[in-house]
Design a protein around this ligand. Structure first.
Ligand SMILES: [Zn+2]
Ligand SMILES: [Zn+2]
Length: 375
């Protein structure tokens, strides 16, 4: 079954990462055969996230060559039939959808069934990361993306523009998971370390969770200013020495420190600073270390045991985070300026420039726009 109005081209261009630190290359991949419950999306937007920079540096073991791009939005161009969302609603040609990049979580292994930690399922595959380009159009930096049977798609609600959702992008889902783990209660104080895409969404979700004080710590100043628009009530730049920042945060919190710290910076030092900033009996969530950025010393007595601190690592995300991220951006997209986080748009042949912009932090969020005539 194919759309009557949009004939399928035989091949689709894709920006391919061939190996660590290699320039990207444009390849043309064939249209897949669409089995029942599979589809082909015509890509509207994909994004460049910090993980893509780590991939390019060879810091994550992936099956090069790959087509990067794990969070994307597209239009269903063709389907093998039988596509539905989780509530049984039909998904048809012409629908604008996003999809959970994580696929094939098995629900049949120790981590899925006993530990109940599906983000650690060894069978899971991730679009744009753990599929090789030799397996097909399984990343977002391409004119079309192949939805394998069972990939979880969501139609964007009519009040949610593709630009708002992709502006939040991958960081939305990570941030929602981290804020869930933090179990923020009404009126609590929260510090977010790092003001990249994950940190900005952590600020937004912490403020929506009812935190009365949301303190953003990071750099540069423009990103701190943006964090205030996301809901931060105070901010401190990295030019202020950590001891002075700690003093300032304690002054705001009755000398105790904040109830919750979410580390979203990727700097090893930030984890130690988080343990200093949190009050006794508080919670620290670490979600900024998706790659090995090195180690730091932590003082077990003063920073953990005596403080009675809960310290949690947050890895990956589940369908429920993704589902709620779509619902939350639909509901709050006019209050929280996710769409304005986009600071660069790049066609496929400039994907390398997009990667460079994120690597050098000249862009907070760079989008890949494989079909510019459609957006
Ligand atoms: Zn499993
Ligand atoms: Zn990502």
């Amino acid at each position: 079954m194919t759309s009557a109005t949009t004939p399928l081209s035989i091949t689709h261009a894709a920006a391919v990462m061939t190996g660590p630190n290699q320039p990207l290359r444009i390849d043309h991949l064939p249209t897949p055969t669409l089995a029942p419950r599979s589809a082909l999306l015509r890509t509207l937007y994909s994004e460049v996230c910090g993980t893509d920079v780590h991939l390019h540096h060879g810091k994550l073991g992936v099956p090069f060559p790959i087509i990067p791009g794990h969070v994307s939005v597209g239009v269903v161009e063709a389907s093998g039939g039988g596509l539905t969302d989780i509530e049984g609603g039909p998904i048809k040609e012409g629908d604008v959808v996003t999809f959970l990049d994580v696929h094939e979580t098995c629900n049949n292994c120790y981590y899925c069934l006993v530990a109940r930690q599906p983000t650690k399922c060894p069978k899971r595959k991730v679009y744009g990361i753990s599929y090789s380009a030799n397996d097909g159009l399984l990343g977002g930096w391409a004119e079309a993306i192949w939805m394998k049977p069972g990939v979880k798609m969501i139609k964007l609600p009519k009040e949610l523009t593709p630009e708002t959702f992709i502006g939040g992008g991958c960081g939305l889902v990570t941030a929602l998971h981290a804020v869930d783990m933090a179990e923020i209660r009404l009126g609590e104080s929260v510090a977010v370390l790092g003001v990249g895409p994950v940190g900005q969404s952590c600020v937004a979700f912490a403020s929506l969770s009812g935190a009365s004080d949301v303190i953003a710590i990071g750099a540069p100043q423009a990103r701190l200013d943006f964090a205030h628009r996301m809901g931060a009530t105070a901010s401190f730049g990295l030019e202020i020495p950590p001891a002075e920042r700690l003093d300032a945060v304690r002054k705001r919190t009755g000398g105790r420190g904040v109830e919750v710290v979410i580390e979203a910076s990727g700097a090893p030092d930030a984890v130690s600073q988080a343990l200093d900033l949190v009050r006794d009996g508080g919670r620290v969530i670490v979600c900024g270390h998706y790659t090995d950025n090195g180690s730091i010393e932590i003082h077990p007595h003063w920073q953990l045991n005596r403080k009675h601190v809960e310290l949690k690592g947050c890895w990956g995300s589940r369908y429920d985070h993704f589902h709620r991220a779509v619902a939350l951006t639909a509901k709050y997209g006019d209050q929280k300026p996710w769409r304005e986080m986009v600071s660069g748009r790049y066609e496929l042949d400039r994907a390398g420039d997009a990667l460079k912009a994120v690597e050098t932090r000249s862009a907070i969020k760079a989008l890949i726009v494989p079909n510019p005539s459609l957006v």
